[in-house]
Design a protein around this ligand. Structure first.
Ligand code: BTN
Length: 255
């Protein structure tokens, strides 16, 4: 694995200002100007025994991945591309991606004032379009990857039309260092809550941000259904003509 690059000043300054609030997670950010995928680098660190809390952040990715095998287009300076190494206890794992969605939304709100909404399982939306996404990959440890769109103009035009970015929603430049730092502060807090058994706080925060999508029609397994809410283990509760069913993985289509 190549050596990290020097942290850009804006990122280093923001992380320095937030450092006291990262506890109880031992957040250690390393920066690369360009990587294949930050999730891959963190997976390698995890396999090598690196303790939890290391965060790889890159200015650009050449092989960024999204959920369900999709590509996450990651041009330079257009987004925040980061992955955190976590070593959670087994009971925490099912709620980890929901907690990450809450944390990214909370962090964005703390840094910018924009109040994003969450769409199950962990898409972050603003103004009706996708603003950020989370990709959790796991084994003996969990790699929690997050991509936050900063600047839509830097994306290819087909993608720019479908997604939104912080600058587009706010109509002004954004301090990416503060967004990163506040997201890591929020992630450390939500992760600690789960590890300490305070699952309800995460579920409540998730439900509060997902209100706009609950009660909405969806398509699941080719049939019309309604997204009713989430169960205490993070499963989506879906009302079909057979009754209420649980969706733990797989694609639902919002209609
Ligand atoms: C999604 O499909 O919504 C999840 C997108 C996750 C993208 C991030 S960017 C940093 C990390 N590295 C990757 O290759 N993917 C995640």
């Amino acid at each position: 694995m190549s050596q990290p690059d020097r942290l850009p000043h804006d990122i280093a300054d923001a992380l320095g200002r937030a450092a006291a609030r990262f506890a109880p997670l031992n957040v250690d950010v390393v920066w690369y100007d360009e990587v294949g995928s930050t999730n891959d680098l963190v997976a390698r660190l995890g396999e090598g025994g690196t303790p939890e809390g290391v965060v790889v952040v890159a200015d650009a990715q050449t092989a960024g991945r999204g959920r369900l095998g999709r590509t996450w287009v990651s041009p330079p300076a257009a987004g925040i591309y980061g992955s955190v190494l976590l070593r959670p206890s087994a009971t925490v794992v099912p709620l980890l991606t929901l907690a990450a969605g809450v944390a990214i939304a909370d962090g964005i709100e703390a840094a910018t004032g924009l109040s994003p909404v969450l769409k199950w399982p962990n898409d972050v939306f603003a103004g009706g379009r996708k603003l950020a996404g989370i990709l959790a990959e796991g084994g003996d440890f969990v790699v929690l990857g997050f991509g936050i769109n900063l600047r839509s103009g830097a994306f290819p035009s087909d993608i720019a039309a479908r997604v939104t970015s912080l600058e587009e929603e706010l109509g002004r430049p954004v301090d990416r260092g503060s967004v990163l730092a506040e997201c890591l502060v929020a992630l450390a807090a939500r992760y600690a809550a789960l590890q300490q058994g305070r699952r309800e706080t995460v579920l409540q925060a998730w439900r509060a941000r997902a209100g706009a999508f609950l009660g909405r029609p969806i398509e699941w397994q080719g049939a019309a259904a309604v997204a009713e809410g989430i169960a205490d283990d993070g499963a989506l509760l879906v009302r079909t003509d057979r009754g209420v069913e649980r969706v733990v993985a797989g694609e639902i289509r919002w209609v």
